[in-house]
Design a protein around this ligand. Structure first.
Ligand code: GLN
Length: 282
């Protein structure tokens, strides 16, 4: 079968299941199956696809039509300036999280030499993007998931920053190594009972362990703040991603743990998304 015909068939099937970006997704899945770029496909539409590849393509289209995110099907996602390998055991990097990178780069200039900690690194999109931008930084990461450890290790290797990062599989409560200039975390912060209101693609396919913030939504954030107050150097910064409605509660938690609130940053949709704070008292 010709590539253009395969793409059109895939697209038709995705349209029937109300997939938003049917044409694009069909192209991306075909490009994954035949291991060629989208540009190659567009320039070689009359080329043939073999039967084995076509069956594989149909299988991916089928999974996509059931809502499986395209990032999991093609195994990668762009975040900041880099491509990250992902699978369905780690959260897909979100564009909203890019403001965390932006603010870290704003606060720490190229001449700074800091050692930072990322709590709950997942795919590694936050800590690895920062390491790519700042050649003199070192990072430590912890995550409770061994799958995350594996994915992040691969990404660290691919991005060429492996020699500046140490990763541990650990529960936040059990970790007590080192003192850090900066701590960053995008912990699970969705209220347990609100998980069912998330987008279907999110709740059906992404790991709950990366989303579930307990009954009040802030259980993990509280743990992160408490532990950070022990692991951070005096005057060090803690940068947290939060839900749109958690600003006041998290500010209070931070103050109770000796942090001064520098600012609360909104994401592109104008929702409060990130709190920057400084450790000022023991
Ligand atoms: N922002 C994510 C979502 O909306 C949640 C990420 C998290 O819990 N840290 O799905």
């Amino acid at each position: 079968m010709r590539l253009d015909i395969a793409i059109n068939k895939g697209c038709e099937k995705l349209k029937k299941s109300n997939t938003n970006s049917a044409m694009l997704d069909s192209e991306l899945l075909l490009s994954k199956v035949i291991n060629k770029s989208r540009e190659f496909i567009i320039l070689n539409l009359k080329q043939k696809i073999n039967e084995k590849d076509y069956n594989h393509f149909q299988e991916l289209i089928n999974q996509r039509s059931k809502g499986k995110p395209i990032a999991y099907l093609i195994g990668k996602k762009l975040f900041w300036k880099y491509e990250f390998e992902v699978n369905d055991r780690v959260l897909i990097p979100r564009p909203d999280t890019e403001i965390v990178i932006e603010y870290v780069l704003n606060i720490y200039k190229k001449k700074n030499k800091i050692h930072f900690l990322d709590i709950g690194f997942g795919s590694g999109c936050i800590l690895l993007s920062i390491l790519k931008e700042r050649k003199d930084f070192k990072a430590t990461g912890i995550d409770i998931s061994k799958h995350a450890l594996k994915v992040c290790n691969i990404n660290a290797y691919k991005l060429g920053v492996k020699n500046r990062v140490k990763l541990f599989k650990s529960d936040i409560d059990k970790f007590s190594k080192g003192k850090y200039d900066l701590i960053i975390s995008n912990p699970p912060y969705i209220k347990k009972l609100d998980l069912r209101y998330l987008d279907k693609e999110v709740i059906k396919f992404e790991p709950k362990i990366a989303l579930n913030g307990g009954l009040d939504g802030t259980s993990e954030i509280r743990k992160v703040v408490k532990k950070s107050s022990e692991l951070i150097k005096n005057g060090g910064k803690l940068i947290l991603e939060i839900a749109f409605n958690q600003k006041e509660e998290v500010k209070q938690v931070l103050k109770n743990n000796g942090f001064y609130i520098n600012s609360v940053i909104k994401d592109l949709a104008k929702n409060d998304r990130c709190i920057i704070s400084t450790k000022i008292e023991k």
